[in-house]
Design a protein around this ligand. Structure first.
Ligand code: G3I
Length: 389
């Protein structure tokens, strides 16, 4: 199947990312943005993901989640933390063996990279990028513009010009710093709120620039790195509802204005009960029908909820089924280019290290490896779906 017009019409970007043979892209819709010496370049005809994962030292050891995903032309990633990489040998070994796509859970956000106006610190982000490249992994940049992890000095800006200057300089500097290493940027994250109207969230960007800040951010990022894929990323869009409608409307407006956008990330932070794989597949299709790519960008399936009465073995079995169902939704759409779990081990999951009323009592143990680094039933069920079993 040839790619929808939008993806095929990326011009120079599509030639770089998808190679000259568009028909080849339907099997391998991916390309790694920047391949270290181990490989890279245009998509190969029907083969696994070109670039470092094709033969890198890591990024898909035999029998791994990444190797299974690679066979269908996809990436399988994890959110990584620089501190754990440097201090926890088991964490580092599993990250290198199981995944071929790395995203910084925190280290490339605005707060850690530009805490003070025009003073940049890429130390921790570079540690993750270095680890990824050393292990044959592609890299996702997360995230350039978000209402959270935004420094106080940005929140204090009170004129459109000041906010636009700050946003543009941040995007210019961060995207330039990682240029040639980032396969895809989450350019804007979580622009809509959780109210029934799915309104634009309060943020210095929306409050001062209106909704056009989104288009401006995408245009700016493409101008700095014309070869990186540019995605919008959000949660609560994995099933029909006002936020999904708002994101589809946003994407349609961006496309109509020829704003460079290549895809939408479906975070997929979910419970044991909702949403289903069918609902996620339907939601993704609303975006791929517009000619864009999608991905599962931050999946975790939490075990806890307020009022939970099921015993733990039942919940762990259900968790495995939920991962299989949701990952299956991505596998069923050839424009779903990657799946990323939001962490390596339950031990460090954001849902286990913090308490959230909305999530109910933990431990949530939402990931594929236990706190003692054992493969869980969810690992096995995910691997089976990736292998098409
Ligand atoms: O490690 C630093 C420490 O050195 C510093 O002194 C301290 C100052 O606040 O911050 C520490 O960093 C923490 C960071 O996680 C690393 O552990 C931050 O406080 C903490 O806010 C940050 O939380 C992250 C959160 O995003 C906010 O950036 C979570 O780990 C991360 O899982 C979460 O991920 C988000 C996605 O980006 C977007 N989608 C939702 C998802 C879950 O909230």
């Amino acid at each position: 199947m040839s790619l929808p017009p939008r993806v095929a019409s990326l011009g120079a970007v599509s030639l770089f990312l998808f190679g000259s043979g568009l028909s080849a892209c339907s099997e391998s819709i991916l390309n790694n943005r920047a391949a270290p010496a181990t490989g890279g370049g245009a998509a190969v005809d029907g083969g696994p993901i070109p670039g470092p994962v094709a033969g890198g030292a890591g990024g898909g050891g035999s029998g791994s989640l990444a190797a299974a995903a690679k066979a269908s032309g996809r990436l399988f990633g994890a959110a990584l933390n620089a501190g754990h990489l440097s201090k926890d040998a088991s964490y580092k070994a599993i990250a290198a063996r199981e995944f071929n796509y790395a995203v910084a859970e925190w280290e490339m956000k605005w707060d850690p990279t530009e805490k003070t106006d025009d003073v940049y610190n890429f130390t921790l982000g570079d540690q993750i990028a270095d680890f990824a490249e050393e292990n044959g992994m592609a890299i996702k940049g997360h995230t350039l513009v978000w209402y959270q992890a935004t420094p106080a000095w940005v929140k204090a800006l009170s004129t459109p010009d000041a906010v636009r200057t700050a946003m543009n300089e941040h995007i210019d500097t961060v995207v330039e710093h990682y240029k040639g290493r980032i396969r895809c940027w989450d350019v804007v994250n979580e622009a809509f709120d959780d109210t029934p109207s799915a309104a634009h969230r309060d943020s210095p960007f929306f409050n001062q620039l209106g909704e056009d800040y989104i288009a401006e951010a995408f245009v700016r990022a493409r101008a700095v790195d014309p070869d990186a894929l540019l995605f919008y990323n959000d949660y609560g869009i994995e099933s029909p509802g006002p936020k999904l409608d708002a994101v589809v409307d946003l994407v349609e407006k961006l496309l109509a204005a020829d704003v460079p956008i290549d895809g939408v990330g479906f975070q997929t932070h979910v419970s044991l009960d909702f949403p289903s794989g069918v609902q996620l597949a339907g939601a993704m299709k609303r975006i791929t029908d517009l000619g864009l790519m999608v991905n599962i960008s931050e999946i975790d399936v939490r075990l806890g909820k307020n009022g939970e009465t099921r015993d733990m073995p039942t919940r762990l079995d259900l968790q495995a089924k939920r991962y299989a169902d949701l990952v299956g939704a991505c596998m069923g759409n050839e424009l779903c280019e990657s799946i990323t779990v939001w962490g390596v081990t339950d031990q460090y999951s954001w849902l286990n290290v913090q308490d959230f009323d909305w999530a109910g009592p933990g431990p949530h143990d939402p990931l594929l490896f236990s706190s003692t680094y054992e493969k869980k039933a969810a690992y096995d069920s995910t691997l089976a779906v990736l292998l098409g079993e």
